[in-house]
Design a protein around this ligand. Structure first.
Ligand SMILES: [Fe+2]
Ligand SMILES: [Fe+2]
Length: 383
């Protein structure tokens, strides 16, 4: 139905036209884009301001070409230091209001495939909770119990257990977006037809999840046993998801939508514990540098600020995947190919249904038309 609303090449070409004008002027390394107030922007103008706010870093100092290493030896800084932060795909940067706008939501499954996806996530969560010895209680069983006593009784996770849980989940969460992008990419090549904008969004999600992992990895060095667990889980999950996506992309996006519901819930509980002083080791923990750079946090940001940003990302994944699961993956365009709503929508609404997605695509086109007209007008005036 709404393929016609976006299937012509013109709007996408116009987007490229608008962006390339800025990109050509500066270094191609500065093509990082981000979003504020729901509109994707190029970070060119923001970069210098951010660099100034973050301040010079010791490792940013230029070295002679013979000394300058191409990479850092650690896993989280594998880029030349002079281009910090400009090597990532589009991802949102949130305002304070947006960070607080996220709600714990649940999509009610109605069809058989939706129920299957929801059931699988529920089963996986119970299995993981059991394996990691986690049981959540909203109110401590005895108000007088100390944090240590609550931890010893298994009612609270300590910082180490939280991190184990987060690291494992993030290592798995980065898989679906990459699988979906790979398969859609191959389909596009094989059938020699356009993808309708899904690939980029899937890739952005995969990278965003990987950045979560890279961020939390700075807090501890995973043991060999932990790495072996991740390896095993990846081997099984990648292949299962790959086969499942070939059979039913819609069910897979629904599955990821439910997985992200759990991620929002997990980070919400972590934030609640942190704010209530129930993870005292993290109360004054500064935000890792990679997180300050990625989410453009203030230089004195704390780990709590990172948790809020990560939870907002998970809410984006929840909204995007549940919305994509409401569409026909063979004929419908991705409504988020050109822009995304802000957290006041993504954090409070579980998904766009198909009609809402169509409306959003049309609004995006209208916006692009307006911007193109403005750009052409200002170009004409400049001549
Ligand atoms: Fe994540
Ligand atoms: Fe996620």
């Amino acid at each position: 139905m709404f393929k016609s609303a976006i299937s012509t090449a013109a709007p996408l070409q116009r987007r490229t036209l608008l962006c390339s004008r800025t990109v050509v002027i500066a270094s191609p390394l500065c093509r990082r884009s981000f979003m504020t107030n729901g509109i994707r922007r190029n970070a060119l103008t923001d970069k210098s301001a951010h660099a100034a706010s973050v301040g010079p870093h010791k490792q940013d100092l230029p070295k002679s070409s013979s000394q300058a290493p191409l990479t850092h030896p650690d896993a989280v800084s594998t880029v030349p230091t002079m281009v910090r932060g400009d090597w990532v795909l589009f991802h949102p940067v949130y305002t304070q209001e947006e960070l607080k706008a996220v709600e714990v939501l649940h999509h009610e499954a109605k069809t058989f495939s939706d129920k299957l996806a929801a059931g699988l996530v529920k089963f996986a969560r119970s299995l993981f909770d059991l394996a990691s010895g986690y049981k959540h209680v909203t109110v401590p069983p005895n108000e007088k119990m100390t944090v240590q006593e609550l931890r010893a009784a298994g009612y609270l996770l300590d910082d180490r257990a939280w991190l184990n849980r987060i690291l494992f989940l993030e290592s798995v969460a980065g898989v679906p977006g990459m699988v979906a992008a790979t398969l859609r990419h191959l389909t596009s090549l094989r059938l020699m037809r356009r993808d309708s904008g899904w690939i980029h969004t899937c890739l952005e999600e995969a990278e965003n999840e990987r950045m979560h992992l890279m961020t939390f990895m700075t807090l501890r060095k995973p043991s060999l046993f932990f790495r072996a667990m991740v390896l095993g889980a990846q081997g099984v999950f990648y292949n299962l998801f790959f086969l499942s996506y070939i059979i039913s992309p819609r069910t897979c996006h629904r599955f990821v939508g439910h997985l992200e519901e759990e991620a929002v819930l997990t980070y919400t509980r972590c934030i609640q514990d942190l704010e209530a002083g129930r993870i005292p080791e993290w109360t004054n923990e500064p935000a890792p540098e990679i997180a300050i750079d990625y989410w453009r946090l203030p230089p004195d940001a704390k780990l709590l600020d990172v948790m809020y940003a990560v939870r907002s990302d998970e809410s984006t994944h929840r909204f995007v995947n549940h919305s994509l699961a409401n569409l026909d993956p063979n004929t419908d365009v991705n409504p988020f190919a050109l822009r995304e709503p802000d957290m006041h929508v993504k954090g409070k609404k579980i998904a766009f249904d198909r009609a809402e997605a169509e409306k959003y695509v049309k609004e995006s086109h209208a916006l692009m038309e307006k911007k193109t007209d403005e750009a052409l007008r200002s170009e004409k005036n400049a001549q």
